[in-house]
Write a protein that binds this ligand. Structure first.
Ligand SMILES: Nc1ncnc2c1ncn2[C@@H]1O[C@H](COP(=O)(O)OP(=O)(O)O)[C@@H](O)[C@H]1O
Ligand SMILES: [Mg+2]
Length: 217
């Protein structure tokens, strides 16, 4: 049974300034959800809280499998992943960068190699697997970030502005990667974007963040 995520009445302030107010939402279908909103409206804050990287001041973030709530332990954290707009790249090959999540999970040998190659192929970087990842363009680096995430086959994938500061060609490639993942099915994909037309191209569910709350559009 796949993971589901319920966000219940979460609020968050920084330095006394409210960013999120009473946000509630269920992510329960293996679909693409797009969260739109102007810069600074709290989209990234919302994703970090959903991905358990930060706690809300109030409210709850609950993960379910079947009818039971899952505890927020390392096992759960390994089933979800957040890709930031600027990924951290290690000073080593594209292959080694993409392999990171498998290595820390103790997956080695042929299985590791096959999964990394499949992920790099999926994002169109297989021909660059031996290149130092620091030499990638920003669009390629962003695709590497996606490869590093999908190699661990997350059940919930959060993509924070996956095409911010990426050129048109790479934007098209990244959108196609997301559409292919959607076609494969099985995982919940939640992306943020300030581009409404991109949200419409990719998502089954459009959400808008405004005034610190989320409205379905
Ligand atoms: N760790 C933090 N400390 C202080 N302020 C923050 C922090 N994270 C976000 N903010 C503020 O919260 C607001 C929402 O930011 P963010 O969630 O990044 O918005 P978005 O992703 O929609 O552009 C902004 O005003 C930002 O400056
Ligand atoms: Mg943001």
């Amino acid at each position: 049974m796949g993971l589901r995520l319920d966000v219940l009445n979460i609020s968050k302030s920084y330095d006394g300034k409210p960013v999120l107010r009473d946000c509630s939402l269920s992510f329960d279908k293996a679909d693409v959800y797009a969260l739109m909103g102007q810069n600074g409206t709290g989209k990234s804050t919302f994703l970090r809280i959903c991905a358990l990287l930060e706690n809300p001041d109030n409210g709850e973030v609950n993960y379910f499998s079947g009818s039971g709530i899952i505890s927020k332990d390392i096992e759960l954290r390994r089933r979800i992943t957040l890709v930031l707009p600027k990924i951290g790249i290690f000073n080593t090959t594209v292959f080694q960068n993409a392999a990171y999540g498998l290595k820390i999970r103790g997956i080695k040998g042929n299985e590791m190699e096959n999964r990394v190659e499949k992920a790099l192929d999926f994002v169109g970087l297989i021909h660059k697997k031996d290149q130092n990842a620091l030499t990638l363009s920003s669009g390629e680096a962003q695709r590497l970030g996606i490869a590093r995430a999908i190699v661990i086959e997350p059940e919930i994938l959060f993509l924070d502005e996956p095409t911010a500061s990426v050129d048109e060609e790479n934007t098209r490639i990244i959108e196609n990667i997301i559409l292919s993942m959607k076609e494969e099915g099985g995982s919940i994909i939640i992306i943020t974007t300030h581009d409404r037309s991109q949200a419409e191209r990719l998502a089954d569910t459009l959400l808008i963040m405004r005034g610190g709350t989320i409205i379905r559009s």
